[in-house]
Design a protein around this ligand. Structure first.
Ligand code: ADP
Ligand code: MG
Length: 354
């Protein structure tokens, strides 16, 4: 599990750099395009694909536990209806889909992408259990302070000795290339992290029910509606941007210059230190990647603090928990997690400077 997690986390990190470029440049291009330009539709499609990619890397990071949970208020019934298209696509025609949703249930507090992943894993398992067709029932209920949902199939069911092992990572009864044995162990991890439980009832020959219980959200204050985007925070200070990925660096520098900042660029720590030596004026902020070939972002920040104690530091990283294990100077720093958009970048830079 750990090795796979590390691998997935590493891939997600590289992928976040690519998404940063795709999402950033499509955002920029869309801003410049006339509202009725014939290419607008194409660009919007690229942007949507990039946003889906960002959701996917969040899932990968969730799996590798490198993801900070982003809980939000969710209505299970709405979630199931949103996912109906997905259910239609995974089940064949010989499987009947039945919904039995209890109306008026309160919201739960959970991570949207992760909860979707739990549901997907259970639905795919239910499908696999019914190779000759059957009925797949999705049910929601409120039960003693918990919102529950269950996924029931009329498939093969499981013998007790199989039930005893299904939550083990890599346990699968499916053929090579068909099962990974990671579906239920991942689902259980997510449910437990959200303060819930995952139960199973199975009868050989008759079918299986998986039931997830999640505590109702206690904080029922609705989130304030997102009003119009505030004016982007601007500034005139000097920012040293250090990032080995050229696309990400140029995009970041572009956004900062457009907002009024003076920008110095460097592709690695050594170049950054050279820039600092040859630049006469004050450098107000070091904005650096964390993981870079050669000297990393933390060491660079340390060196810069030695040379120019007044320079503030902010990090950009594809690992949301990059700051987790840390000394004091490190935790006091600001982290901008990739992929970020212009508004988030400018807001974080302003915060770091102020
Ligand atoms: P995978 O689906 O890759 O095998 P999972 O962790 O999702 O891995 O499931 C582990 C095992 O649990 C499956 O291989 C199967 O034997 C059993 N299983 C899971 N869901 C069901 C189900 N709905 N009906 C029967 N068996 C199931
Ligand atoms: Mg599975």
């Amino acid at each position: 599990m750990e090795a796979i997690g590390t691998l997935a986390g590493g891939v997600a990190h590289d992928f976040n750099n690519l998404l940063q470029v795709i999402n950033g440049y499509s955002e920029m291009a869309l801003e410049r395009l006339e509202p009725d330009h014939p290419l607008r539709g194409h660009l919007e499609t690229i942007q949507r694909a990039g946003q889906k990619g960002a959701a996917l890397t969040r899932q990968l990071l969730a799996f590798s536990r490198k993801q900070v949970l982003a809980p939000e208020l969710l209505d299970l019934n709405t979630l199931f209806r949103e996912m109906e298209m997905f259910f239609q696509r995974v089940v064949k025609e010989d499987i009947r889909l039945a919904f039995d949703l209890e109306p008026g249930m309160g919201p739960v507090e959970a991570d949207h992408g992760q909860l979707e992943q739990v549901i997907m894993n259970l639905v795919v398992n239910a499908r696999d259990a019914m190779p000759r067709g059957g009925t797949l029932t999705l049910e929601t209920r409120s039960r003693q302070g918990f919102a529950t949902f269950s996924v029931t199939d009329t498939g093969d069911g499981m013998a007790p000795e199989v039930v005893g092992r299904i939550f083990e990572p890599f346990f699968t009864t499916k053929g090579v290339g068909k099962g990974t044995g990671l579906g239920l162990s991942t689902a259980l991890g997510i449910v437990e992290q959200s303060g819930g439980t995952l139960e199973v009832h199975s009868t050989p020959g008759l079918g299986t029910t998986f039931t997830v219980s999640l505590p109702f959200a206690t904080d029922l204050v609705p989130k304030p509606p997102v009003l119009e985007e505030p004016e982007p925070a601007t500034g005139t200070e000097t920012v040293l941007v250090v990032e080995d990925d050229e696309g990400v660096r140029q995009l970041t520098a572009h956004h900062l210059r457009a907002a009024g900042y003076q920008v110095l660029e460097a592709q690695d720590a050594a170049t950054a230190l050279e820039r600092l030596h040859s630049f006469g004026g004050p450098v107000h902020l070091l904005l650096t990647d964390v993981v870079m070939p050669g000297m990393g972002g933390r060491e660079l920040a340390h060196a810069v603090r030695g040379l120019r104690p007044e320079t503030r530091v902010a990090y950009m990283s594809g690992y949301p928990d990059a700051l987790a294990a840390s000394d004091d100077a490190w935790t006091e720093s600001i982290l901008i997690s990739k992929p970020f958009d212009r508004a988030k970048l400018l807001c974080m830079v302003r915060t770091a400077l102020d």
